[in-house]
Write a new protein. Structure first.
Length: 278
């Protein structure tokens, strides 16, 4: 009797194990097949996506890699959710947990996400590139690096300015390099009794004697203001962005030298002392 009972129990266990083996074995095999086919499809999608990005000549390499990795990660997450569903795991609650976690992370990183979006816009529309001289967010400098969250500038004083891309993409940007030429704006004052023609010739020599001053557009000198104690001339040489400061300072020095040679006085503030007789 006991032998028959044990034989029946063994038979029942065998049948149960066989049922579970068939049921879950089939699910596992299907999950493996889904994984293999899913990976193959993901690779095809990624190849097509990368070709699309390559066609965009304005696409930055850093952004290209980031978008590719982001898409691959999203597709892998979707594939894993599909596999979990095939294995009989409740993916609805799993997706809800992911959504809640994503919302919490999004709220916590709101500023960082804004900078990330700004970085994507900068890399897509390229208002400037590495090596450009720009003015933005109260800083002037040469762009040394464009990252996803920040942009780095090397200022004229050789300081590193790190600008958040969120504010940078939403603010005003002056790109001094894009057009290839910069006008140097200087105001030089001379005495009222100085001859206009001689003054203009002296100031013009101060610019044309420099190799770094561009001939096209040509430098100009114009009378700009009749001030209280001086006649102010607008001195306008042109230079390439990399020579801007060289031309700026050399022109000021040359103006002093040429005006002195021509005997033209540069006025300076005078103090008048009034004494009251007591």
């Amino acid at each position: 009797m006991q032998i028959e009972q044990k034989a029946q129990e063994a038979k029942d266990w065998t049948e149960t194990a066989l049922e579970y083996g068939i049921e879950y074995g089939t699910k596992i095999i299907m999950a493996i097949i889904i994984w293999i086919i899913g990976k193959w499809i993901i690779n095809i999608i990624m190849k097509v996506f990368k070709k699309m990005l390559k066609k965009n000549k304005n696409m930055d390499e850093t952004l290209e890699k980031f978008l590719s990795n982001l898409l691959r990660s999203i597709l892998l997450v979707l594939l894993i959710i599909a596999i979990l569903g095939q294995l009989g795991i409740d993916t609805a609650s799993f997706a809800a947990i992911l959504a809640a976690a994503g919302l919490a992370v999004g709220l916590a990183l709101q500023g960082s996400l804004s900078n990330f979006a700004g970085g994507v816009l900068i890399m897509l529309f390229r208002p400037f590139k590495v090596g450009d001289l720009i003015e933005a967010q109260g800083e002037v400098g040469v762009v040394s690096e464009i990252q996803i969250f920040t942009t780095k500038l090397a200022t004229p004083g050789n300081k590193l300015a790190i600008l958040p891309n969120g504010a940078l993409s939403n603010g005003n940007i002056k790109n001094y390099t894009e057009l290839g030429q910069l006008r140097v704006d200087l105001t030089i004052g001379v005495a009222y009794d100085a001859d206009i023609k001689e003054t203009k010739e002296a100031l013009m020599r101060a610019m044309t004697s420099q190799d770094k001053v561009l001939k096209d557009p040509a430098p100009t000198v114009n009378m700009g203001e009749l001030a209280d104690s001086s006649v102010n001339y607008m001195v306008r040489p042109w230079a390439t962005p990399e020579h801007y400061w060289d031309v700026y300072f050399q022109t000021i020095e040359n103006c002093k030298i040429e005006l002195d040679k021509a005997g033209i006085e540069i006025p300076y503030p005078h103090a008048v002392e009034i004494q009251k007789e007591g």
